[in-house]
Design a protein around this ligand. Structure first.
Ligand code: FPP
Length: 241
């Protein structure tokens, strides 16, 4: 979700306002997720390298996350969204950890979509931790390994899933330690739109682009799971008309 800081600076606002606008964008996107045929959305909210930012910005981001988990919880339940957090919880504040636990258990019955928030997340650390936990097995499969991949073992985390579409906003064209194993065959979509301006139309455009990609997974065309449903496509077209 890149470009929050620059979005704010361009408007003469403090960077914090950009992150606040970023949360508004999160709300907009979560609202259209199921209608676009997406059943799992992972939001890269705070990387393990983001601890390098000034303390005031880190504190602000943590406050926004806490606020989101508390304020938006009823709406998430109403929307049938299951919230889960991946990454490491060891360095998070006690209040935030408790809010995560509450949100996860209160939305555990959510069946319409899953929203994963990557928080203090590093894919390299997750891979390393999975390797350490798997080290005693000599019959390890890719699937066994992938099951251990969502964090550092500090909490019981959801199983990893292969990424179909990775969207990065704000003009950056990097993976930045995000779901490296899971993105092995992800379709990559980079856009200059800063995250606070990213809305349902942009999201639909990204999904329409996804449908134009021929996914071969090293084999030959065409892979049927690419076409999820005509209805979903129609919805994307609706936003792009
Ligand atoms: C990167 O933009 C953005 C972040 C490091 C924070 C993203 C977090 C949120 C939007 C908070 C809310 C998340 C949820 C799930 C409620 P940047 O600050 O690097 O922007 P810049 O590249 O313009 O400086």
């Amino acid at each position: 979700m890149d470009g929050n800081g620059r979005w704010a600076t361009a408007r003469g606002l403090p960077r914090e306002e950009g992150h606040r606008a970023g949360v508004a964008a999160v709300r907009r996107i979560v609202e259209v997720v199921p209608r676009l045929g997406v059943d799992l959305l992972t939001l890269y909210a705070f990387s393990s390298d983001n601890w390098r930012r000034p303390q005031a910005e880190v504190d602000h981001l943590m406050r926004l996350l806490l606020e989101f988990l508390e304020t938006d919880l009823p709406e998430c339940i109403e929307r049938g969204a299951r919230i889960r957090v991946i990454g490491s919880r060891a360095r998070l504040g006690e209040t935030l950890r408790a809010a995560i636990a509450t949100a996860e258990s209160a939305t555990a019955g959510g069946r319409d979509m899953e929203v994963r928030i990557a928080l203090d997340y590093s894919s390299r650390d997750a891979i390393l931790a999975a390797a350490q936990r798997a080290a005693t097995s000599n019959t390890l499969t890719r699937e066994d390994f992938a099951r251990r991949l969502s964090g550092d073992g500090s909490a019981e985390l959801p199983e990893s899933r292969d990424v179909d579409l990775l969207i990065r906003t704000g003009g950056e064209s990097r993976l930045s330690d995000f779901l490296l194993w899971e993105c092995a065959y992800a379709e990559l979509y980079f856009t200059d739109t800063p995250w606070p301006d990213f809305d349902e139309t942009h999201f639909a455009a990204a999904i329409r682009t996804f449908y134009t990609r021929q996914r071969r997974f090293g084999g030959l065309p065409a892979y049927p799971s690419q076409v999820r449903s005509a209805q979903t496509r129609q919805y994307a077209e609706y936003w792009l008309r």
